[in-house]
Write a protein that binds this ligand. Structure first.
Ligand SMILES: Cc1cc2nc3c(=O)[nH]c(=O)nc-3n(C[C@H](O)[C@H](O)[C@H](O)COP(=O)(O)O)c2cc1C
Length: 323
């Protein structure tokens, strides 16, 4: 490993080969992207947030969100909800058996979620957190249940320690802290001193999340938090090889070949126009450290087929990255 802080991690009865986790990122971390993260050595991948009620009612959106490949391993499904009955029922869903871990979202800041009392709104109610985790543990048939939360809801008023203790008391096997408040959404700095306090208070593993995208940033957060593992969000977008970069010796990749792999994986579930649409968003990230981000956005805006998409990739992204 490239850093003394990167090592195997055990969550309940699941042992990860390393403690670097691919964060859930709605709109980006679908089954194809997560499979690439696994290929590049992520210790664990996590699905986008998936509605517990949607699972119970078998909605079409849910069907796509829980799609996975065998190669994506080990893997965690993230569900959200605020009603213990639905959480328990969702955890009993046979389709979740292909996942190794079940995570509960207690960090989503979006209005439509928090207005229902879900996501980060749960950080105002530690008693309910404990109930929800207990319900998930009852339904999960021995699979570890984990929680991803924030520093707190209102800026400057951290509730992570009491909420994480409630999760642990409910039977959670790990807690991940995105060290921003709900009020911050994704802006401003993460305050990792709050994660340090959570780590001190818990006996289960604590994962640090927020602004980690390199060995130096990981080591900085590790020193502040003493965390057991690290979760990478925006730093992995358009850069699934970050997991190899963090865990392996120096290497070289070709961006075009990674994008071609990405397209091949998407064919398992999506139609051609859908793949073109999904990849347009992903390409902006693949291009973000090149000079061609704007040109790519403009050349792909009308594209609906894979051949034309690949022509743009051939023109602008046949680039080798050394790390
Ligand atoms: C577009 C976007 C979508 C996200 N979707 C989810 C999600 O579905 N579930 C979740 O727990 N966090 C979600 N997050 C939060 C990330 O997992 C992560 O906590 C956050 O981006 C901070 O980490 P970073 O600084 O490494 O990006 C999302 C973040 C972004 C930017």
């Amino acid at each position: 490993m490239l850093s003394e802080y990167i090592k195997p991690l055990t969550i309940g009865n699941v042992t990860l080969k390393n403690n670097i986790i691919a964060a859930p990122v709605a709109g980006f971390s679908d089954f194809a992207f997560r499979t690439l993260c696994s290929r590049f050595g992520a210790g664990l991948t996590v699905t986008e947030l998936t509605s517990a009620k949607g699972l119970c009612y078998n909605s079409k959106a849910t069907y796509e969100l829980i799609h996975t490949t065998e190669e994506e391993s080990p893997k965690c499904i993230q569900i959200f909800g605020c009603e213990p009955e639905f959480i328990e029922k969702a955890c009993r869903d046979e389709r979740l058996s292909k996942f190794d871990i079940i995570d509960i979202n207690m960090g989503c800041p979006m209005k439509k979620i928090v207005n229902n009392g879900e996501g980060s709104a749960l950080m105002k109610n530690p008693e309910l957190i404990e109930e929800i985790v207990k319900a998930a543990v009852r339904g999960s048939n021995g699979k570890p249940v984990t929680v991803k939360m924030r520093a707190g809801y209102v800026m400057g008023y951290p509730t992570a320690v009491e909420c994480a203790i409630a999760a642990q008391d409910g039977g959670a096997s790990m807690v991940a802290i995105h060290a921003r408040y709900r009020d911050q959404m994704y802006a401003g700095e993460a305050d990792h001193t709050i994660t340090a306090k959570v780590k001190e208070a818990l006996s289960i593993p604590v994962i640090a999340n927020g602004d980690i995208d390199s060995i130096p940033s990981l080591e900085k957060v590790a020193k502040i938090t003493n965390a057991d593992g690290f979760m990478i969000g925006r730093g992995m977008l358009g850069k699934p090889w970050i997991f190899e970069q963090l865990t392996d010796k120096h290497n070289e990749i070709n961006i075009k070949s990674v994008i071609y792999e990405h397209i091949e994986l998407l064919k398992e579930l999506y139609s051609e126009p859908r793949i073109a649409n999904v990849m347009k968003g992903q390409l902006c990230y693949y291009a973000r450290n090149t000079r061609h981000a704007k040109a790519i956005r403009m050349s792909t805006s009308q594209i609906k087929d894979i051949e034309s998409l690949k022509a743009v990739v051939d023109e602008y992204l046949d680039v080798n990255v050394l790390f």
